[in-house]
Design a protein around this ligand. Structure first.
Ligand SMILES: Cc1cc2nc3c(=O)[nH]c(=O)nc-3n(C[C@H](O)[C@H](O)[C@H](O)COP(=O)(O)OP(=O)(O)OC[C@H]3O[C@@H](n4cnc5c(N)ncnc54)[C@H](O)[C@@H]3O)c2cc1C
Length: 385
């Protein structure tokens, strides 16, 4: 078999790349290879499915500016409603330095078109009276363009539209990359055998480094475990609550319940097939802080939990995008470190534009280039949730 582009990984990034490539260049042959079309262990399916404008790097705000419009108008383009709930994000600070940082970052976000507001503790209490604010110095809130949506709807829309536009999706596993003369010339598939290609896109999520290793390349991306808890709190019914980012946990409402998670103190790489939950985190880390911030969470019950993996970029927790300098027809779309779902519309478009034209077009994504990884020059995103 011979195709123009092979995409390794068919979850949200792979499907978005296939959608944009086939939209921009009708007739291009794009093969998307996915080993598990149930997506049971893909980050896409295990995500908390939220979008924000509150990032600390301008390029990430630009990516989200496009992302929110794309998600809001998804039905017009893809025929599917994503049920966007625009409750906003509320980041809290407990120090004067933190308050100054929120104000500085909000100015940058506003310059990029975001609506971020910086609030005093009194303003926070006026809007969300169920929060304890006496130990806070400030909060930043996005009154529009931030909230949550249907993750699997986003994936499904990209897949079905890419298919309609001519992309082919196969269930198979990429086991090797053929490299000749400084280029990827093909991929080895477990069942199908070798496929010859003009270019390849690595959209393998937490297994991105494995795919790079197939071409003899290093990539500082590793799986990191996140246990997410769905809790019932009968004395805390606040359906208008934002996604709250506090010291040590985040929280958002979900259909009468709440979703919450934290970063484990001993955070580090895990095996890509380790989905054992860290159940102690709710009792030992989250609950005390949650109850301190919102006394209505005095009686809580964990009703469900799940484990997902971040594809964690060890260098700077930011996406790694575009051609690899040592293998220019291998495009990376990796390392999203917990914020890739919302970035998939803009990133898929960016990768497609670069692959077809040789340069970034609508958004300049060069800050997120593979070159910075190879040169060990971090471009850090500080707002990692
Ligand atoms: C708990 C949690 C909460 C999150 N919350 C948010 C959020 O609120 N907002 C947000 O924007 N992002 C969030 N994220 C991050 C987001 O889910 C991911 O960044 C995004 O889904 C990444 O998509 P992906 O397609 O790159 O990777 P994945 O969804 O992991 O997909 C990679 C795919 O590649 C396939 N694959 C791998 N290797 C091979 C191979 N050799 N051959 C064939 N197929 C292969 C896998 O089977 C998999 O389906 C969260 C993630 C987690 C875990």
């Amino acid at each position: 078999m011979q195709v123009d582009v092979v995409v390794v990984g068919g979850a949200v990034m792979g499907a978005s790349c296939a959608y944009w490539l086939t939209a921009m260049r009708p007739g291009l042959s794009v093969l998307v290879v996915e080993q598990d079309p149930s997506f049971a262990r893909a980050s896409t399916a295990l995500s908390v499915a939220s979008i924000r404008q509150q990032f600390t790097t301008a390029v990430n705000v630009q990516i989200s500016r496009f992302g929110i419009e794309f998600i809001r108008h998804f039905k017009d383009r893809m025929g599917l409603h994503l049920g966007l709930k625009e409750n906003g994000y509320l980041f809290l600070s407990q120090t004067e330095e933190g308050a100054r940082t929120l104000a500085d970052v909000a100015r940058m976000q506003q310059a990029e078109g975001a609506a971020t507001e910086v609030w005093s503790p009194d303003q926070i209490a006026a809007r969300f009276p169920w929060l304890y604010v006496a130990d806070l110095t400030a909060g930043s809130f996005g009154p529009r363009d931030e909230g949550w949506f249907d993750n699997m709807g986003l994936l499904s829309g990209f897949r079905s539209m890419a298919r309609q536009q001519g992309a082919t999706f196969v269930t198979d596993r990429v086991t090797g990359l053929a490299v000749t003369g400084g280029k990827v010339t093909g991929v080895m598939l477990e069942k199908t055998g070798q496929v010859t290609c003009g270019a390849a896109i690595n959209a393998a999520g937490t297994r991105a480094a494995e795919v790079c290793r197939m071409a003899g390349l290093d990539l500082q991306v590793e799986p990191r475990k996140r246990t997410v808890f769905v809790i019932d709190a009968p004395n805390a019914r606040h359906p208008d609550a934002p996604l709250l980012v506090d010291h040590g946990f985040y929280l958002r409402p979900e259909q009468g319940h709440w979703i919450t998670a934290t970063v484990p103190q001993d955070d580090g790489p895990c095996a890509p097939d380790d989905f054992e939950p860290d159940l102690h985190l709710f009792e030992e880390v989250i609950w005390e802080q949650l109850y301190h911030r919102a006394p209505g969470f005095d009686a809580v019950k964990v009703v469900r939990h799940w484990v997902g993996h971040y594809a964690y970029n060890r260098l700077d927790q930011n996406a790694i995008l575009g051609p690899h300098p040592d293998l220019p027809n291998l495009y990376l779309c990796n390392g999203f470190s917990g914020h890739g779902l919302q970035q998939s519309p803009a990133v898929g478009r960016g990768i497609a534009e670069h692959l077809l034209t040789g340069a970034w077009q609508t958004i300049n994504l060069s800050d997120l280039s593979v070159t910075r990884m190879v040169e060990n020059k971090p471009f850090r995103e500080m707002a990692i949730v």
